[in-house]
Design a protein around this ligand. Structure first.
Ligand code: ATP
Ligand code: MG
Ligand code: MG
Ligand code: MG
Length: 568
């Protein structure tokens, strides 16, 4: 192994703090700031200091190695993007406030990329013309921008953050399935190498669109996601994606509810006008959004598989009065729906019904019948849905949709998300290649993300203890933290140890700071969380050091040569 430089703490840009930052809610946020890994620049925007940058680079390196191993080609696209492609896909408006938008000096609209499906689609359209050019997997590790409503928890949820995003392009559905499987396997290897405890769960596709998607969740108390997990059959899903059989259909049909009433609401948009307004293709999958019109719960067809800005919808539903449906609205209507409005709330409604709504279902609600809204719409009587998606209402012990055993619920951090997009973006941009038979073939796509900066915080969440951070070896900012716990004799021995370790290829952090007590240095070493701590202290005169293993807390006094032999 190549000789390494010794990083001296006396020169290191990292000031450890005794106190938790005032606004820090999660363990990783507190510790990464206190140990001098990151500094807050503005809300959700972070500076990575040398120790943090090293961990970030280690995570990136592992991601890169595994992406290269499945044939991924690394590229770097701009973060500053023109409006037009996002207008074409519909996401310029669909993303709403999440998008950072800006204008250039000529007044042209730009955005800072939140994810790059559009731009990769255009790149491949420009570069690939024949089926022979495919399949292709492209990836980048890049800064992403999302104006998150609640940028808290430090780098777990940034407004500027690092993401590895990759995109696969295939000519057939089988090809896409293969590219997806390659990513799934690569992600398992990545998270295993990172030392991150993780689960793969079914997910909903959200703003990406498309059909199948799975998330990689790292169980942790600080996580903002909840996943249901079946001890019986191994079923695991984000609670956003748990689907239950519809309950109470019979009761609804038996006529215990007021009759359906159609209200003329001139100017109510149809799916087409809504689609145009929201800037999405009218051919997008229809889902149903429940809202209150004149105090009654009703449903409105909404194009696409994504969050919808209710404010915008309301404008177009005038003159009827539209309100957000909340979970309370369902308290006495168990027949109607199993839940609603996620913790996201705040003017956004998502996932009211499953995309697998029976085809040909006669929707009698506002957006499906021009100039009309329906009152007293009752599920099971007035429309049929085979399943509902639930956001907030899955409870521990609810029956597993696969085997009926009681579900467990746990908190987790979403560290990765893989999507089979299908032809959504290829359709929007007309991405075809010449097929084997000489005719154009529409390309099918997948997109795959890993939160690289978030993974750093997720690892911190899972591995830290009350004394500080404790990194797995492959991502740690150093292999050994050598502490000179004393004056001249200790410093001389520590220097000797550090040089020997560095010569043997170990990455060394040397606490050579003058004027600090051994206690302060040891507390800092535990806070910083390098896997091994080698202390030149009490018995330095006889060349005996103490070797501490940070994660297990074991310590042992050893002659220096023996300690070095253990570490090299
Ligand atoms: P979340 O549900 O946490 O908002 P997301 O589902 O919006 O995440 P994706 O669009 O699936 O995120 O992006 C791919 C990956 O990027 C996520 O799995 C996550 O690891 C990471 N990521 C997303 N948003 C952020 C953020 N604000 N800060 C840090 N990492 C993020
Ligand atoms: Mg998000
Ligand atoms: Mg998510
Ligand atoms: Mg996601």
């Amino acid at each position: 192994m190549a000789t390494q430089h010794v990083q001296r703490m006396s020169r290191l840009m990292a000031r450890t703090l005794r106190e938790d930052p005032a606004d820090a809610e999660t363990l990783s946020h507190r510790l990464l700031v206190r140990a001098g890994y990151v500094r807050r620049s503005s809300a959700g925007v972070w500076t990575w200091l040398p120790l943090g940058k090293r961990v970030l680079e280690n995570v990136s390196r592992i991601v890169r190695e595994e992406m290269d191993a499945i044939g991924g080609q690394e590229v770097l696209l701009p973060a500053l993007l023109p409006r037009e492609p996002y207008e074409t896909s519909g996401r310029w408006s669909e993303y709403g406030d999440l998008l950072f938008r800006l204008k250039d000096r000529k007044g042209a609209d730009y955005l800072l990329g939140p994810t790059h499906e559009e731009i990769f689609t255009l790149l491949v359209k420009d570069q690939c013309t024949s089926y022979k050019d495919l399949p292709v997997i492209l990836y980048q590790i890049q800064t992403k921008y999302r104006d998150e409503a609640r940028p808290r928890s430090g780098v777990l949820r940034g407004r500027e953050f690092q993401m590895k995003d990759s995109y696969s392009f295939d000519v057939s559905d089988e090809g896409l399935a293969e590219s997806y499987a390659l990513h799934r396997a690569a992600y398992r290897r990545i998270f295993t190498r990172l030392g991150l405890d993780h689960r793969i769960v079914s997910a909903v596709s959200g703003a990406m669109g498309g059909s199948a998607s799975e998330e990689f969740l790292a169980p942790a108390a600080a996580g903002e996601d909840t996943f249901a997990d079946c001890p019986g059959c191994g079923y695991a899903a984000n609670t956003e994606a748990v689907t239950f059989p519809l309950a109470g259909e019979g009761a609804a049909a038996a006529g215990e509810h007021p009759p359906l009433e159609e209200i003329p609401t001139p100017g109510t948009p149809t799916i087409e006008t809504l689609a145009a307004h929201l800037g999405v293709p009218a051919s997008a999958t229809l889902k149903n959004l429940l809202v209150k019109v004149d105090g009654e719960i009703t449903a409105v067809g909404v194009p696409g598989d994504r969050e919808v800005d209710l404010g915008k919808l309301a404008e177009h539903l005038a003159p009827a009065e539209v309100e957000l449906v909340t979970a309370e609205d369902f308290a006495d209507r168990p027949d109607l729906v199993r839940g609603y409005v996620g913790p996201q709330g705040l003017g956004k409604v998502r996932y009211l019904a499953d995309p697998r709504v029976a085809p040909g279902t006669a929707w009698v609600t506002g957006a499906n019948k021009p100039d009309t809204h329906a009152r007293n719409v009752v599920c099971g009587r007035d429309f049929q849905v085979d399943r509902y998606l639930d956001v907030a209402v899955v409870e521990p012990g609810d029956p597993c949709p696969q085997c009926g055993a009681g579900l467990r619920l746990d908190r987790a951090i979403e560290v990765g998300h893989i999507f089979q997009l299908g032809r959504k973006y290829a359709d929007a941009f007309g991405l075809d290649v010449l097929g084997r038979e000489g005719k154009p073939v529409r390309v099918t796509m997948g997109s795959y993300g890993i939160g690289v900066s978030r993974a750093v915080a997720a690892l911190a969440e899972q591995t830290a203890d009350e004394r500080g951070l404790s990194w797995p070896a492959e991502v740690a900012p150093a292999d050994v933290h050598v502490v000179a716990a004393g004056k001249a004799v200790q410093l001389a021995l520590a220097e000797q140890a550090a040089e020997a370790l560095a010569a043997a290829g170990r990455r060394v952090l040397l606490d050579d700071r003058a004027g600090l007590s051994p206690g302060v240095k040891l507390t800092d070493a535990e806070l910083i969380g390098v896997p091994w701590i080698l202390v030149a202290g009490r018995r330095a005169g006889e060349s005996v050091v103490e070797l501490q293993h940070r994660a297990s807390g074991t310590r042992e006094e050893l002659p220096l040569p023996e300690a070095l032999a253990r570490l090299t």
